[in-house]
Design a protein around this ligand. Sequence first.
Ligand SMILES: NC(=O)C1=CN([C@@H]2O[C@H](COP(=O)(O)OP(=O)(O)OC[C@H]3O[C@@H](n4cnc5c(N)ncnc54)[C@H](O)[C@@H]3O)[C@@H](O)[C@H]2O)[C@@H](O)CC1
Ligand SMILES: [K+]
Length: 366
Amino acid sequence: FTGNSSRRHIINTQSLVAALATSTTPSQRNLASSTSLAMTSSFDTGYLNAQDATDLDVELMSTPGFSLEQLMELAGLSVAEAVYEVGTDGNDGAKKKRVLLVCGPGNNGGDGLVAARHLFHFGFQPTVVYPKRSTKPHFINLVQQLDDLNIPILDEIPATVATDNDDDGENKDHYDIIVDAIFGFSFRGTAPREPFATAITQMITMQTQQSSLLISVDVPSSWNVDGGDMTEGLKFQPDVLVSLTAPKLSAKKFTRRHFVGGRFLPPGLAEKYGIRMPPYPGVSQVMELSKPKEAPSKEEVDDGEMDWALQYQAYLDEQEKERGESDTEDDEGEEDEVEGEEWAKEYAAYCAEKEKEFFEANKPKE
Ligand SMILES: NC(=O)C1=CN([C@@H]2O[C@H](COP(=O)(O)OP(=O)(O)OC[C@H]3O[C@@H](n4cnc5c(N)ncnc54)[C@H](O)[C@@H]3O)[C@@H](O)[C@H]2O)[C@@H](O)CC1
Ligand SMILES: [K+]
């Protein structure tokens, strides 16, 4: 089995599920059922509009209840985990990755400050831009915690960072990842005021000219929380969105990698606001709601078959959609189906092999 992402897999999804469902081992049958389940229903967290997001926040933090410090810590940890997930391949770790966290004046900015600290401990090299520092004691503490780790805190994005590449196509001040923690669900109006308007333009330059991966916290900054991008021509399009508690309405317009984090919502409150906590995997603080289009690599398969099944499902859905659109001119359909069936059989055999290895390795000692 070679799940190489470069290989062209146009798969008949039914054949994959059928091959797995008739397998003799439980893990393959589980995989088959999770695959078919995901085929008919994908997890829907529901959405919060700006007003409900604010009301829910107030309810969560009414006394007695959660404190802002608690929730911000979990929100920032979720962001850091999502950055780790999209920013590393799990092997080379985070050590070489430079991350620029651009933090706004409110709690969205606070999430960025918390994330910077966790990212340092995960092995990244964070730099924080915090132009309008809050004077609230909790924020002063967060800044101190960053100072204690010698994490640089700047007042603006340096011009040398957000400039076009030089003649060699390089920028020595390049950041691998930018975290947009400028505005969350309390952004109002259709235009960000300075100094954040400039910061957002600079982030777009870094994303487009230097291929920095742009990750937004809760809401892409400058987007209307309910309606999406309503700016005149700013066109801020992050690569990744990490929604907190539940996606805001504007997330419906977001088509790239989308995570949800903030694993703290009590079921009663979720029900009251018509949202659902996603089935977070294991001890994760985040769950990816929409998956990348590319087929996963063998390394990803090795990481865990169930995760792989969901990820692969999204890929299949995308392929089917594309196929539906080009059905009329596609004269390779039959051939593709055969390839899909063969691949499904190969995958089932691969699962059996893996399971055997697992049982061998975990055999009780005589
Ligand atoms: N319940 C949750 O899920 C939690 C949410 N948290 C975070 O808190 C965020 C909400 O925080 P806040 O309510 O403090 O608000 P934001 O951080 O969204 O932003 C508010 C600040 O932005 C400024 N602002 C608004 N519109 C502007 C414009 N057009 N130009 C310039 N400045 C503008 C306001 O004056 C205010 O200073 C969420 O999005 C999330 O990131 C977490 O910290 C805690 C838990
Ligand atoms: K944001």
